[in-house]
Design a protein. Structure first.
Length: 199
């Protein structure tokens, strides 16, 4: 039987309550381990989608889970636990992505070429796409687009995760991004047609 979001939320609430009642007891620590363990794979995937590097994503996921464990007593039930955890992951990944790096060349792991992971060509195409998007969209629009299209997070949750104020919330941000991209793709298509016509 497949676990529903409501089941997961209920288990999260139970384990969180056990932790908060006895964080210094064995039962409290076990509840926290279950709570964070349930989200471990998802946190790794979130991190991997940001950085596209297996080892770095593992390190970031570990940092995120440790930070979440340390901040568990501060958790306020205003958002779903997974949304709160995603905010921690997003902030940690954004800090990592913004950090200057000396690695200029794309490294290709031979093991990844035979696995289900994207190949080097697909990775370059995705990088080019996100670079294109980054050129035309602001950070909030990029984040909202990533959460909706890559993570599949509902629009109302995106409003909550990104802390968007305003009557239309994330829906307005996504519509603004859509308009910008239509204009940008129209310009790109026009340039391609012009280049093809000149050739």
């Amino acid at each position: 039987m497949r676990e529903t979001r409501q089941d997961s939320d209920r288990q999260d609430a139970q384990d969180l309550a056990l932790f908060l009642v006895g964080s210094d007891t064995r039962a409290g620590r076990e509840a926290a381990a279950r709570l964070l363990g349930r989200h471990q794979a998802r946190v790794y995937l979130w991190c991997y989608r940001f950085v596209r590097d297996h080892d770095l994503a593992l390190d970031l996921a570990q940092d995120v889970l440790l930070a979440a464990y340390q901040k568990l007593p501060e958790y306020e039930h205003r958002a779903r636990f997974s949304s709160w955890l995603f905010i921690i992951a997003r902030n940690r990944c954004l800090s990592e992505v913004r950090r200057p790096t000396w690695q200029a060349a794309l490294e290709i792991d031979p093991d990844e070429l035979t696995s289900g992971n994207p190949g080097p060509v697909q990775a370059l195409e995705e990088r080019d796409l996100w670079r294109f998007l980054g050129h035309h969209l602001d950070r909030q629009e990029l984040d909202a687009l990533h959460l909706r299209c890559v993570e599949g997070i509902p629009v109302d949750s995106i409003t909550e995760i990104l802390g968007i104020d305003g009557p239309s919330g994330a829906r307005g941000v996504l519509q603004r991004a859509r308009r910008k991209l239509r204009a940008a793709f129209g310009t790109e298509e026009g340039m391609r047609r012009g280049l093809a016509h000149d050739a």
